[in-house]
Design a protein around this ligand. Structure first.
Ligand code: AMP
Length: 282
């Protein structure tokens, strides 16, 4: 496995792959890898000839006062995990090369970036789109792999690729969860024991929504009310948002129909966790 820091060296390797006619898969991450990330890596290994995993904790997607400094970092462990999977290249670019002094260009996907998580994190998706487009320009992947865990992010990146005419297939893979239902996240490392238990309320409220929908409920308000009541019954939780939206424009639905995204963000103590479920109604 090749570990590359320099953008020029990365481009040179891509050039070599292209000369040999190899297809390229890209898995962008912020490191602190878990089975969720590895599910994307395995899919890339299976469906492309060469897999590049990027690890870059992107300051542009953290607002002042968020957890950029504390975000867990364990590059040696990450590299060991990726080596075991059989990844071809780990790309760990330097901050000063990605955002050199005088850096001024950002990518925005209007409207979609302002909804759901965008309400409490107004510059988050601009940061995500900017780094992902930069990585796409450097790596020129045929396919890129993202998790349904960050459903809004995946929808926005699919729109960016479509709007900017990029020839990149975005594959979105299912949420990987712990046995008790908690969606895997690098931020779960922040949770203390009692918080870890309280965090189960996210997935439980989604299972409740799924059950209500399976039993025929189509009123978004009724489902939201039950989810809110369930979450608020657990100490140490604070709802950032619970929304039931269509999974293309991310606009709130009154009556559930076709492709529905139930998405939520909840603070467990000081840790903000997200989770979601997507339901297709006929
Ligand atoms: P991150 O390192 O948090 O930026 O995540 C990198 C990629 O891994 C993103 O595409 C995430 O959606 C995906 N990911 C994170 N957690 C999970 C999970 N539990 N299951 C599946 N994919 C995930």
């Amino acid at each position: 496995m090749n570990i590359i820091h320099s953008i020029e060296e990365m481009k040179a390797e891509i050039h070599e792959f292209r000369k040999k006619g190899k297809s390229i898969g890209c898995v962008p991450t912020m490191g602190s890898l878990h089975e969720g990330h590895l599910s994307l890596v395995r899919q890339s290994l299976q469906t492309t000839d060469r897999t590049v995993v990027t690890i870059f904790i992107n300051p542009a997607q953290f607002a002042p006062g968020e957890d950029f400094e504390q975000y867990p970092r364990d590059y040696d462990r990450d590299i060991g995990l990726l080596e075991r999977e059989g990844v071809d290249i780990v790309f760990l670019p330097d901050m000063k090369d990605i955002y050199p002094p005088g850096y001024k260009t950002y990518v925005e996907v209007h409207d979609l970036q302002e909804r759901l998580c965008g309400l409490s994190r107004p510059t988050f998706f601009r940061g995500v789109c900017t780094i992902v487009l930069k990585l796409f320009n450097i790596i020129t992947p045929d396919r890129a792999f993202f998790g349904q865990k960050d459903a809004q992010q995946a929808i926005i990146l699919q729109r960016m690729v479509r709007d900017l005419n990029l020839d990149i297939l975005i594959e979105v893979l299912p949420i990987v969860r712990d046995a008790d239902g908690l969606a895997l996240s690098s931020r779960n490392a922040y949770l203390k024991d009692n918080e870890r238990k309280a965090a189960l309320t996210l997935s439980r409220s989604l299972r409740l929504a799924e059950k209500m929908i399976a039993e025929g409920e189509r009123s978004a308000e009724k489902i939201r009310e039950e989810m809110i009541a369930l979450i608020q019954s657990v100490q140490g939780t604070r709802i950032d948002y619970i929304e039931i939206v269509d999974s293309e424009e991310l606009l709130p639905l009154e009556t559930l129909k076709s492709r529905v995204l139930v998405s939520l963000a909840v603070f467990i103590g000081r840790t903000r966790l997200i989770d979601n479920t997507q339901i297709i109604l006929s």
